[in-house]
Design a protein around this ligand. Structure first.
Ligand code: FAD
Ligand code: SIN
Length: 528
């Protein structure tokens, strides 16, 4: 079996960011797209609500910019916001040209609403927008002769000059990545440019809307390659995920509240009007905290999302997929309130980049949810992330297309000498559970100095254990993910400890005030 490949562009991850970049770059060279699972297993594929863009005559880019800045609680980078938001309507039009079937009435897009948006501006394909976008982006990639797909191939680490001992001075350079093939061999993929488009890290928490693939691999790989991370403390908890003690949780789109659904307690009391003038449509951080507070105050495991008054016709037309999935577990959205809890949903921080995904390592780019451009600030406005993925992919492709960088040098093969098969795997299982429980109990919606201290101590110990296991035994997907997950968890905690205030998604009982002067939390890797 071939264990060495060379391409112009190596893209790791096949969500919206990776696929869009691939189709743009295939016009300029040979592209490899690597995914650790099937191409349809990504946060993108599960997106429900839609993609935000200014498509209505009563709306304007200024309104969308202003809503984004307000949701971001003073921490958005306005230049990034203007750059990305300004491209929204063109991106939606391009998605339509790719074949995305957004809902429309007589040729006019149907725009739904989500929390903290002052206007209806979310283009959607019923309640399964991500699948529609993913399928449209995947089709041209699948038939393009310039693109080679590597499903079930997992990137282990990127390869840099520093890693090879060839680093002299100035910026480091990336030459490609080591990738675990389905047969367990680690192959080498060399490329002039490597793009990490690996999505988020919801699996750091016990309860998440994210699929299993969201283990923060790109953030961890970029960090190990020397890239700083920014604002990792801002984990967005989605207010309305299904409370399902017998199975996995799943998202109940914010568009339900956008179309009028209520949040209630067990006595059918609507509580959100007590917390914010926008009630159920307040920014996500406020809604998630209010639910958390009510649950703790009332000693309940969940609150309810009540959509009954929207009427069967509207529910069946706009939310058919959610309705069907709930019916399978015995809940009828048309006639019953649905038990909900907030769950980890989106990584607002990530690898510090510009809007084109540029990092300090030449030839290494990070785009999509793994990156932090400053668009989201301390709290992401709903449906801005698919937009950010696509804009970043486009700008990254523009930046590197046709680049005359020389081919990478011949790279050494992965060295697996000295490793011995593991006799048991219980350590991996234990560490996975410990990380996720620690993060959920100590680094959730409400934090304190003591909780963060405890989490930091435990995570440091777990990371040490993983490091020794990692270098002694052959690597597999769960071990690679565990190593990445533990690093990302630590970065979240360390960032949270640096923020001595409450802002947006970071709320601390020891630092309740918001400082006058907003500042980003930037952590730089210690390469020594
Ligand atoms: P992803 O789509 O997550 O793709 C990353 C890919 O990288 C995955 O396929 C993964 O398998 C692969 N990968 C990861 N690590 C490796 C590795 N080591 N090697 C190889 N491959 C790897 N945003 C909106 O704007 N609107 C919405 O309506 C919306 N709804 C959402 C609903 C849900 C349930 C969720 C979870 C998210 C939602 N979001 C929404 C957020 C949005 O979907 C994501 O932020 C966005 O899709 C991320 O795209 P991406 O391309 O960066 O990453
Ligand atoms: C949702 O549909 O509620 C998710 C939207 C988002 O996270 O942007």
């Amino acid at each position: 079996m071939q264990n060495r490949y060379e391409f112009d562009y190596l893209i790791i991850g096949s969500g919206a960011a990776g696929l869009f970049a691939a189709s743009k770059l295939a016009e300029h060279g040979k592209v490899a797209v690597v995914n650790k699972g099937e191409f349809s297993e990504s946060n993108t594929w599960y997106a429900q609500g839609g993609i935000a863009g200014v498509m209505d005559a009563t709306d304007s880019v200024e309104h969308h910019v202003s809503d984004t800045l307000q949701a971001g609680c003073g921490l958005c980078h306005e230049d990034a916001v203007r750059n990305i938001i300004g491209r929204g309507n063109r991106i939606i039009e391009e998605l339509i040209s790719f074949g995305t079937a957004f809902d429309s009435d007589n040729g006019v897009l149907h725009l739904t609403r989500e929390a903290a948006h002052s206007h209806r501006r979310i283009a959607h394909a019923k309640d399964a927008t991500g699948k529609a976008v993913g399928e449209a982006l995947l089709a041209p990639v699948a038939r393009n002769p310039n693109i080679k797909a590597f499903p079930r191939h997992m990137a282990v680490d990127v390869i840099t000059a520093r890693h090879l001992g060839r680093y002299m001075q100035g910026p480091d350079r990336c030459f490609g990545a080591y990738v675990l093939a389905p047969d367990g061999e680690v192959i080498t993929i060399a490329a002039k440019h490597t793009i990490l488009a690996t999505g988020g890290a919801g699996k750091v928490y016990l309860f998440t809307s994210n699929p299993h693939v969201a283990t923060g691999d790109g953030v961890a790989m970029a960090w190990r390659a020397g890239c700083p991370v920014m604002n990792m403390e801002f984990i967005q908890f989605h207010p309305t995920c299904l409370y399902n003690p017998l199975g996995s949780t799943e998202l109940l789109t914010e568009a339900l509240r956008g179309e009028g659904a209520y949040l209630t307690d067990a006595k059918s009391r609507r509580f959100m009007p007590e917390y914010h003038a926008l009630a159920e449509l307040a920014p996500r951080d406020i809604v998630a905290r209010a639910i958390d507070y009510e649950m703790k105050k009332q000693g309940c495991d969940f609150m309810y999302l009540d959509a009954r008054h929207l009427g069967s016709d509207k529910i069946e037309a706009h939310f058919p997929n959610i309705m069907q999935r709930l019916l399978k577990i015995g809940i009828d959205l048309r006639t019953q309130p649905v038990p909900i809890v907030p769950a980890a949903h989106y990584l607002c921080g990530g690898v510090q980049t510009d809007v084109a995904g540029k990092t300090p390592v030449d030839g290494l780019h990070v785009i999509g949810e793994s990156a932090c451009t400053g668009l989201h600030g301390a709290n992401r406005l709903a449906s801005n992330s698919l937009l950010e993925c696509l804009v970043m992919a486009e700008l990254c492709a523009e930046l590197i297309a046709g680049d005359t960088t020389q081919r990478p040098p011949r790279l050494p093969e992965w060295d697996a000498s000295g490793v011995v098969p593991a006799t048991e795997r219980v350590q991996i299982k234990q560490n996975w559970e410990e990380i996720r429980t620690t993060m959920s109990n100590y680094v959730g919606i409400v934090r304190s100095d003591e909780r963060l201290r405890r989490a930091r101590r435990r995570l440091a110990m777990i990371r040490e254990e993983i490091a020794s296991y990692y270098w002694q035994h052959p690597i597999g997907r769960d071990l690679i993910e565990l190593r990445n997950l533990s690093l990302v968890a630590e970065l979240i905690v360390r960032s949270a400890q640096q923020r001595r205030e409450s802002r947006g998604l970071h709320f601390s009982t020891d630092h309740r005030d918001t400082l006058d002067k907003p500042h980003d939390t930037v952590l730089a890797p210690d390469l020594l």
